[in-house]
Structures are given as structure tokens and as C-alpha cells.
Write a protein that binds this ligand. Structure first.
Ligand SMILES: [Cu+2]
Length: 124
């Protein structure tokens, strides 16, 4: 009788331990990066500026409203396409603070060189 009580107690502890591990991993999975939607259109980005926290991961949800553009930050060696009619997701974790200029890395017409936005990265 005592032995079966032991077995029951151990089984209960195991179930609790497994449930605990599951809830921790479920929590981690639930932490989705914040999504920031960015549109490009001749010859601007919308929004024109965003503020991100250093060290945090964001999902940049990129699209174009007219012709193909790109989201380029030369200082970070980053250049992501912005396609018409579809979204491309760019996971982005800024590692240094400061203001970063975004420009278009894909020739899109007469105002191409005027396209720009600013990514402000702040230290928490
Ligand atoms: Cu362009």
C-alpha cells in the first residue's frame, strides 16, 4: 500500500514537472516580436520614422504600394526588398543606438534619391 502511494506521488510530481516545462516553453513561443508595417511609394516611406529599442527583435513587415522599392540601411549593410502586393518580413534586432538613415536601394524613378526614412534606435 505504501509503495503504491509512493508511485502515485512520483507520478503526480512527474506530471507537474512536465506541465511546468511545457508552460515555460509555451511562454517563450508566445513572445512574438512586435510587428512594424512599413510601406513604400514613389517617393517616400510610411511611416517616415520609427523608434526601436536596442537589443530587441522586431518584425519589419515590408511592402510597396506602387513599384518595387527597397529598405536599405547602408550603415548596417542591410537591404530588403519591398514588393508590390505582398509583404516581406524582416527580423531586425538593432545592436547599436543612434539614428539610421533608410534609403531605397532599387532605382524607382525620378525621385528615387529623395526617398528616405529614419530608424531611431534608443538604449532602454
Ligand atoms: Cu527607389
Amino acid at each position: 500500500m505504501t509503495q503504491s502511494r509512493y508511485a502515485t506521488a512520483i507520478a503526480v510530481l512527474l506530471v507537474l514537472a512536465i506541465a511546468g516545462i511545457r508552460s515555460v516553453s509555451a511562454k517563450n513561443k508566445d513572445v512574438e516580436p512586435p510587428v512594424i508595417e512599413i510601406h513604400s511609394k514613389k517617393f517616400a516611406y510610411e511611416p517616415a520614422e520609427i523608434t526601436l529599442r536596442k537589443g530587441e527583435t522586431y518584425k519589419l513587415h515590408l511592402t510597396s504600394d506602387d513599384v518595387p522599392h527597397s529598405f536599405r540601411i547602408k550603415a548596417l549593410n542591410l537591404n530588403a526588398k519591398m514588393s508590390v502586393g505582398t509583404f516581406d518580413d524582416l527580423l531586425f534586432t538593432p545592436e547599436e543606438d543612434g539614428d539610421f538613415k533608410v534609403d531605397c536601394g532599387l532605382y524607382c524613378g525620378s525621385g528615387h534619391s529623395k526617398m528616405g526614412m529614419t530608424v531611431h534606435v534608443v538604449d532602454k
